[in-house]
Design a protein around this ligand. Structure first.
Ligand code: DGJ
Length: 729
């Protein structure tokens, strides 16, 4: 049974194939967190809690005489502000007019088949009958009619447990919530390290592994989006954990707005993790009879190392989070005109690129920014979604038809969430932009953010989506956003709590994305936020792939892809071959290396195909043919990180292994050149040890390839690549 309940001792135990998770109601009615780790059956882990009088750690109601009992050092399932716990909390709320204080005690529970949903929010779902069960544990405040339901979705076979909390006000007075985290997770010992993924625009998801501080370590975004700077996915792992061995916990928040993940080492060297919505400006009023739902968080534990963790998360997202029909389909190989032309194009130029694309064998042309309104640079036109027929020399439909005649399908770029002050939309609806009245707004890319908390803005944008989607046969949409939020003020309703606007913005965004998903289910939707500024699991619910970074340099992408691969399926990583010297960093790399790197995800080209040399053209044809031929391997194969670009100076290597272990694509990019070079070798992973694999006419056993490895060729030039296919005999 995935969910095991001992009614007498009020112990709730959740099982997946690799983990056990346990909580228990104690004699005072508090819900303790007693265990999360390797599979265990039949143990009540509360014996590990050692009561002791810890000075200055007070007693909650009903326990005054027991000085060994305090919320300040007991492991708790959903810690709240106001009952004597001085660590980081999951929930901070109080009746309006009073001070924040709650004392939640156990009320009831319920187990149901299937998966709970969260209104208006992304959430994992059951893919087939019986693959998930839901546990609800209801807590109630001792004094007020405030209920908190903790939701657990147990995907036993997928090795994933989801969590969310719903706060419900059944009392008469309004409740003011200033912090509502999706989860807290307490560990009795701090024997762990934190892996997280930091960065900046054009340099997302850089891997860092560190010991948590005494005090609070924080990974967060106050930017209104999950951000380039931090990612709402972290790993806690044992100090000795490697790719192949050891305990690790993956924590992934399904949320695309600002977030906060905190890790606290407390006075007793215990560890607490909390994860949820950014609460910097958060203030949500839960009126009488109302509810507030937190976003969902996905937990995954394995004792088999980081590769296994990535595989489990990736599989679970692939089958139970991504909904698009494209998740199981090979993605079209595309050419995008952004780095080819930027804003400087016309219909003729696009058609010429399409002709060349057809020669190469590509599937789709994507028309990027600049096709609408007065938009010849990024200072104006945003919000005016009228086709610039003068620039294109024809209607969008005519352009798409010309491209179709050449043999390509047609895709388009949009950025619905933003507005330029120099636009008709802004001139007619200035109050639709989020600015603080009386203050000059913070501008970024010289644009403002539309107030997606407003119903009229959402209605306008839904109508805009429908209008655009009927302009031509559009088979792909790249949904971009190009600034962080700041001065988030909504002029919509004076009674609205301004502290609610950031979250309402995200709910508005999800509503628009849902509109896309529902009405245009066949369209391939690609997420984008100036590259990978909103690369999060929440987005995957709507977009099966995301533009991974505005940095298209193959060598910097090695690190970006490496970091991304820890928490996301590689099929969701959009990656393109671009021109050299690279537009972002000036580096020159071989054409083939650029393709090898870009084949780590949803593959395409983003350069002026008309300017390719004969040799490059022939290479592009061969690359396209290769990617298409082995599409299944790229799309559904297991991805192995074989070396770390953060540790290995000489090369970065990875592989794709087909589910049946019959095909292996090994790729190596050399990152250093030496005179009299040492011999480099690489060990493969995930092969059938007993089988024989053939590479370039030579035979190797799977065991030898995994235990001793292969000798790598000597690189012939800067950033040379070696990508080879091994096939089982
Ligand atoms: C940022 C994206 O990441 C780019 O690929 C491109 O679409 C530009 N925006 C267009 O403005």
């Amino acid at each position: 049974m995935a969910i095991n309940i001992d009614i007498e001792s009020k112990t709730f135990t959740l099982h997946t194939i690799k983990s056990t998770y346990q909580m228990k109601v104690d004699a005072h009615g508090n819900l303790l967190h007693t265990y999360y780790g390797p599979c265990n059956h039949g143990t009540d882990f509360s014996y590990l809690i050692a009561p002791a009088d810890r000075g200055f750690s007070g007693q909650p109601a009903g326990a005054a005489r027991d000085r060994t009992y305090s919320m300040d050092h007991y492991p708790l399932e959903y810690p709240v502000h106001g009952n004597g716990d001085y660590r980081i909390k999951a929930l901070k709320a109080g009746i309006v007019g009073s001070v924040p204080a709650l004392d939640l005690r156990y009320h009831s529970y319920q187990v149901t088949e299937g998966k709970y949903g969260l209104q208006g929010l992304p959430a994992m779902f059951a893919a087939q009958n019986g693959d998930v069960q839901t546990l609800q544990v209801v807590l109630k405040d001792l004094y007020e009619e405030i209920y908190v339901t903790l939701y657990y979705g147990v995907f036993e076979k997928k090795n994933v447990i989801t969590r969310a909390a719903v706060i419900e006000n059944r009392g008469k007075e309004a409740l003011c919530v200033t912090r509502a985290m999706s989860m807290a997770l307490d560990f009795l010992e701090n024997d762990k390290e934190l892996i997280h993924f930091y960065g900046k625009h054009q340099w997302e998801r850089q891997y860092e592994r560190t010991a948590p501080l005494h005090g609070i370590s924080e990974i967060s975004s106050t930017r209104g989006m999950s951000s380039h700077q931090h990612n709402p996915f972290v790993i806690l792992c044992g100090r000795n954990t490697t790719e192949d061995y050891g305990d690790c916990y993956g924590i992934s928040l399904l949320y695309s707005g600002g977030f906060r993940i905190q890790v606290e080492t407390d006075q007793l060297e215990q560890l607490r993790v909390v994860c949820g919505i950014d609460d910097d400006e958060f203030k949500w009023i839960v009126g009488s009879g109302e509810q507030f739902a937190t976003p969902e968080v996905v937990l995954c534990f394995t004792d088999r190392g980081l590769t296994d963790l990535s595989h489990d998360i990736s599989d679970a997202f692939q089958s139970n989070l991504i909904r698009s029909i494209w998740k199981d389909r090979q993605r079209p190989i595309l050419v995008n005109n952004w780095e080819a032309t930027y804003f400087d194009f016309n219909g003729e130029k696009l058609v010429n690129i399409a002709r060349q694309a057809a020669q190469i064998g590509l599937d789709m042309l994507v028309l990027d920014d600049g096709w609408f309104g007065k938009r010849n640079d990024d200072n104006s036109g945003m919000g005016d979604w009228q086709v610039n027929e003068k620039k294109l020399g024809c209607s969008l439909r005519e352009l798409a038809e010309r491209i179709e005649k050449i043999g390509l399908i047609f895709g388009i770029w949009v950025e619905f969430e933003m507005v330029s002050e120099d636009s008709e939309l802004y001139r007619s609806n200035p109050d639709w932009a989020m600015v603080i009245p009386g203050r000059d707004p913070v501008r970024s890319r010289n644009q403002l953010v539309l107030d997606l908390s407003r119903r009229d803005v959402i209605a306008h944008l839904k109508a805009t989506i429908d209008k655009i989607m009927h302009l031509a046969d559009i088979q792909y949409v790249k949904w971009d956003v190009n600034r962080s939020l700041e001065n988030v003020f909504s002029g919509y309703s004076p009674s609205l709590s301004q502290g609610a606007v950031r979250h309402k913005y995200v709910l508005g965004l999800y509503e628009l994305m849902e509109h896309m998903a529902e009405n245009y289910p066949d369209v391939l939707l690609e997420g984008c936020a100036g590259g990978g500024g909103r690369f999060d699991a929440g987005m995957l619910y709507y977009t099966p792939q995301i533009w991974c970074s505005d940095n298209t340099d193959a060598i910097e992408r090695l690190r970006i892809h490496y970091g991304t691969s820890f928490g996301y399926p590689m099929s969701s990583v959009a990656a393109h071959v671009s021109v050299c010297p690279n537009h972002q960093n000036g580096r020159t790399t071989p054409f083939q290396t650029r393709a090898v790197c870009a084949m780590q995800g949803a593959f395409g080209y983003e350069l002026d195909l008309e300017k390719l040399s004969e040799e490059e053209l022939a290479q592009a044809k061969a690359q396209t043919e290769f990617y298409r031929k082995h599409g299944e391997l790229f799309h559904k194969g297991r991805y192995y990180r074989l070396s770390s670009p953060f540790e290995n100076r000489d090369f970065t290597a990875w592989s794709y292994v087909s589910q049946d272990q019959a095909k292996v694509l090994l790729s190596v990019v050399f990152t250093d050149l030496n005179g009299n070079p040492k011999t480099l070798r690489i060990r493969l992973k995930g092969l059938d040890a007993g089988a024989v694999y053939v590479l370039e006419g030579k035979e190797y056993t799977g065991a030898a390839l995994m235990q001793a490895g292969l000798v790598l060729p000597v690189p012939k030039c800067d950033y040379d690549a070696w990508s080879v296919l091994l096939e089982k005999q």
